[in-house]
Design a binder for this molecule. Structure first.
Ligand SMILES: [Fe+2]
Length: 428
C-alpha cells in the first residue's frame, strides 16, 4: 500500500566544511538560503522548494545524512508513521526539525540510509514539468531521485518495494551475474524513478540527482558549469533506463551528482511492464555509447576514498616482479649436443644470473629415470619480455645454436615455497 510518498524534497549531505561545500555548489547552480548556527547550510535550487540541498557539518567525512521525501499533508504523515511502526520500523518523530521545515518522521532502511518523510510544496506533476523555465544557468530545479548503495541488495530492494511502496520501472543485471540496480518509482506520480537501489560493497550513497527544465537548460547548464570550473566527469549521455539525458560531476566533498532532463514518464502503472537490462548491452549506461562511467564513480565511496588511496599506495610500494618462463628445447630440427665446455659455460652463466637475483626458479627437464635430457626451464624476473628474451639469448646453449629459446610471460598464482634453498651458497 505504500507510505503515500509524493516526491523528493531535498537531500542532506555530510560535509567536513559545509560553508566551503556551499560556496563550491554555487558553481553548479545553488545559492545559500540559510546558514544555521550549527554550521548547516541550506541551499536553494531553481525549483519551487525553499531548499533542495543541505550540507551538515560532520566529523565523519562525507556521505548522505538523510534523503527527504514529501507526503501530501499532516494526516498522510501520521498514516505513514503508523504503517511503518506497524511493520516494526523504528520511527523518530521530529516536531521542530530544522530551519524552514515542517514536522517530520525519520527512519532507517535496512542498509542504514536515513529517510525522512515530511510535508512541503505539493505538485500534481513532476517538477521538470511543473516548474517555470529558469532565466539563467546553471539551473537545477529539484532532486527527483537518489541512488542508495546496499551490500545486501535484495533486502534493501524488498524494503523499498514492500515498505516504501515503490514500483519497479526497470532492473539492471550484471552480465552473467546478479542484479545490480533497481529503478523504483512512486505509484501514480508518473516519474520513472524516485529511488535507485544499487548493489554496493558498502552501504553508502551512490549518487544524488537533480532535474533540469529542458534540453536547452541542460546544455546551458553544462556550459556554465564548465565555465565555472566544475569538472563534468561523465556525460552528456543518455541513460537506457529512464532514457534521461544526464551528466555527472562531484561536489567539493566528493559526492557524485547527476543533472538530468527528459526523463521518461509512466502514465499508467497498471499496464507498464518493467524492463530488465543487462550490462552486456552498452546502451544501458548510455544509448549514445559514449563509454563507461569513470572508474571512481563505481569505486569506493567518498568517505572511504582515503583508505583505498592508502591501499593503492601500499600496493605500489610492494615489489611485484614481472616473471617470464623461459623454455630451452631441442625443437623439431636435429641439433648437435653441446660439448662439455659449453655445458660448463652454461652453468657459469646461470650461476651468475642467480647471483644477480634474477632467477625465480630454474632446472632441467628430466627423464623418468631422473636423468637430464638437455632441455630446461628458467623462470626469471625481467622488466619486459624483450629484456627476458635478451637475457635468455645470452645462454651459451642458445648462442651456440644447441637449443631453441622460448619466452612466455608468466604469473605466480598459487604455490608453496616452503623450502627456500640457495643453490649458490648451499644454504637453506
Ligand atoms: Fe540517477
Amino acid at each position: 500500500m505504500g507510505l503515500g510518498i509524493t516526491r523528493m524534497n531535498y537531500i542532506a549531505l555530510n560535509a567536513r566544511d559545509p560553508q566551503a561545500a556551499a560556496a563550491h555548489a554555487e558553481g553548479f547552480g545553488f545559492s545559500v538560503a540559510h546558514a544555521a548556527e550549527d554550521g548547516t547550510h541550506y541551499l536553494k535550487a531553481h525549483g519551487p522548494d525553499p531548499y533542495s540541498l543541505v550540507y551538515k557539518p560532520s566529523g565523519d567525512g562525507p556521505g548522505m545524512h538523510h534523503a527527504s521525501y514529501l507526503v501530501a499533508d499532516a494526516a498522510a504523515l501520521d498514516a505513514a508513521v503508523a504503517q511503518l511502526e506497524g511493520e516494526g520500523v523504528a520511527v523518530q518523530r521530529i516536531e521542530q526539525p530544522e530551519w524552514n521545515h515542517a514536522p517530520a518522521a525519520r527512519f532507517r532502511s535496512p542498509a542504514g540510509h536515513l529517510i525522512e518523510l515530511t510535508t512541503g510544496v505539493h505538485l500534481d506533476r513532476p517538477v521538470g514539468h511543473a516548474a517555470a523555465t529558469p532565466a539563467a544557468a546553471p539551473a537545477p530545479l529539484a532532486p527527483d531521485h537518489v541512488g542508495l548503495g546496499a551490500r545486501n541488495f535484495e533486502i534493501e530492494e524488498h524494503f523499498v518495494e514492500q515498505t516504501l511502496g515503490l514500483l519497479h520501472s526497470s532492473r539492471i543485471r550484471a552480465k552473467d551475474g546478479p542484479q545490480i540496480m533497481s529503478f523504483m518509482r512512486v505509484p501514480g506520480r508518473q516519474l520513472y524513478h524516485q529511488l535507485v537501489v544499487v548493489r554496493s560493497h558498502i552501504d553508502t550513497l551512490h549518487h544524488l540527482q537533480f532535474t533540469l527544465k529542458s534540453v536547452d537548460s541542460f546544455y546551458a547548464t553544462h556550459e556554465a558549469m564548465v565555465a565555472n570550473g566544475i569538472d563534468v566527469e561523465w556525460g552528456p549521455l543518455r541513460h537506457g533506463p529512464g532514457h534521461n539525458i544526464a551528466m555527472y560531476f562531484r561536489d567539493l566533498e566528493g559526492h557524485w551528482i547527476e543533472y538530468s532532463v527528459e526523463e521518461e514518464i509512466i502514465l499508467d502503472d497498471a499496464t507498464y511492464i518493467p524492463r530488465t537490462w543487462s550490462t552486456a548491452d552498452t546502451k544501458v549506461i548510455d544509448e549514445w555509447d559514449s563509454g563507461p562511467p569513470p572508474p571512481s564513480m563505481m569505486g569506493p565511496p567518498p568517505e572511504k576514498a582515503h583508505l583505498y588511496a592508502k591501499l593503492g599506495a601500499a600496493l605500489a610500494q610492494m615489489k611485484r616482479p614481472t616473471l617470464y618462463a623461459c623454455v630451452s628445447q631441442v625443437g623439431p630440427v636435429p641439433r648437435p649436443s653441446p660439448q662439455i665446455d659449453v655445458i660448463l659455460e652454461h652453468l657459469e652463466w646461470i650461476t651468475e644470473l642467480d647471483r644477480q637475483g634474477l632467477i625465480y626458479a630454474a632446472g632441467p627437464f628430466v627423464t623418468p629415470e631422473q636423468s637430464m635430457q638437455g632441455d630446461g626451464l628458467l623462470i626469471i624476473r625481467a622488466e619486459s619480455e624483450e629484456q627476458a628474451r635478451a637475457i635468455f639469448a645470452q645462454d651459451p646453449i642458445h648462442q651456440g645454436g644447441y637449443r631453441e629459446a622460448h619466452v612466455f610471460g608468466w604469473q605466480l598464482h598459487q604455490g608453496r615455497l616452503n623450502d627456500l634453498f640457495d643453490t649458490v651458497t648451499q644454504e637453506s
